[in-house]
Design a protein around this ligand. Structure first.
Ligand code: PBG
Length: 338
């Protein structure tokens, strides 16, 4: 048979042809990662001139507000469009009802105001959830061992309002209570914050990958039990689509899948089903695992990190929260690709 009898097949077709040289690989690339997709999560400490490394996240530190501002300025200068702030609340300000969450002068609100004033061009994302503020480390109010849904919503709404008043651009509920998106959207609109963006942690799984984060914000050691009655079962993805559908119906502007890499299938389904901006959170445990392996000389941090970020793009992500955001931004600035 002549090759023409097999149009589109070997040996006429050779997929390696387009992989021969960097310029061809660039032309044939289906997706691209740029700094525009990177969001840098950072941890805030009380006090001044304080910088504490997070032991379980090599390369990551927690900063007091004065030093945080310099860090955020650096992120903005690298072209990173947004940061996500997480407070390591003073232990004596934690209570069973997490009321510090609604204090307009809490660490988070002070950080939002300082960053807004010093680096106005960067977007600020803030979590809505009670875990930085509760003595039991859960995201909601408790009655015995039960997490109370509707009672928690009232506190979350007030938490969202104080952060919006402080200048937060993106309210990101990460608590997984039912109905919180609608409740928060209604309250924000009622208070005149119509432009505040709602990013829902819509498909947030009860994951063992959050361990280092809980160390960083000081909620790990105090966490009673686990979060499986509100965060999702890792076995499910149809349910993730239901979560996302409900959150969009309630007014979410963007949705998040979390953790990231183990849930690329969920990202892809979400993107194809709804066509809305889907963000991934490459969480603390994912970062720690790559970092630890590379610190042992078993993987190359730069290479595996860039490969994971590219995988998020291929899966359909618009944005990626990653502790490697600054590292990736520097690599992207230095490379012309290939
Ligand atoms: C709090 C929250 C968590 C993370 C982001 N927001 C932890 C949790 O739900 O226990 C995890 C982020 C990470 O691991 O990097 N609701």
């Amino acid at each position: 048979m002549s090759p023409a009898a097999f149009p589109g097949r070997f040996p006429t077709t050779r997929l390696r042809r387009l992989r021969q040289a960097p310029w061809l690989r660039r032309l044939a690339a289906e997706t691209a990662l740029t700094v525009d997709q990177l969001i840098w999560p950072c941890f805030i400490l009380p006090g001044e001139k304080a910088r504490e490394p997070v032991a379980s996240m090599p390369g990551v530190a927690r900063y007091s507000v004065d030093l945080l501002v310099d860090q955020v300025r650096e992120a903005a200068d690298l072209g990173i469009p947004a940061v996500a702030l997480f407070p390591a609340t003073e232990a004596d300000r934690r209570t069973p009802d997490g009321r510090e969450a609604t204090n307009p002068d809490n660490l988070m609100c002070r950080a939002i105001r300082a960053v807004k004033a010093a680096v106005p061009e960067i977007g600020i994302i803030g979590d809505v959830a009670l875990d930085p503020y509760t003595t039991h480390g859960h995201d909601g109010l408790m009655d015995g061992d039960t997490i109370l849904n509707d009672e928690t919503l009232k506190v979350l709404v007030r938490q969202a309002l104080v952060m919006a008043e402080a200048g937060l651009d993106v309210v990101a509920p990460s608590d997984m209570m039912d109905g919180r998106i609608g409740a928060i959207r209604t309250a924000l609109d009622g208070a005149g914050h119509r432009g505040v963006v709602l990013l829902s942690y819509a498909a947030k799984y009860a994951s063992a990958y959050y361990g280092p984060f809980r160390d960083a914000v000081g909620s790990g050691a105090r966490l009673k039990g686990d979060k499986r009655t509100y965060q999702m079962n890792p076995a499910n993805s149809d349910e993730a689509l239901r979560e996302i559908e409900l959150d969009l119906a309630e007014g979410a502007d963007m949705v998040m899948v979390k953790p990231g890499l183990p849930y690329l299938d969920v990202i892809r389904r979400a993107r194809e089903t709804f066509g809305v901006p889907v963000l991934a959170y490459q969480v603390s445990g994912e970062y720690a695992a790559l970092r630890a392996a590379s610190d042992n000389g078993w993987l190359s941090y730069d290479a595996v990190m860039m490969e994971t970020l590219s995988a998020f793009r291929r899966a359909g992500c618009s944005g990626i929260l990653t502790y490697a955001a600054k590292d990736a931004a520097r690599i992207l600035a230095g490379s012309s690709s290939g």
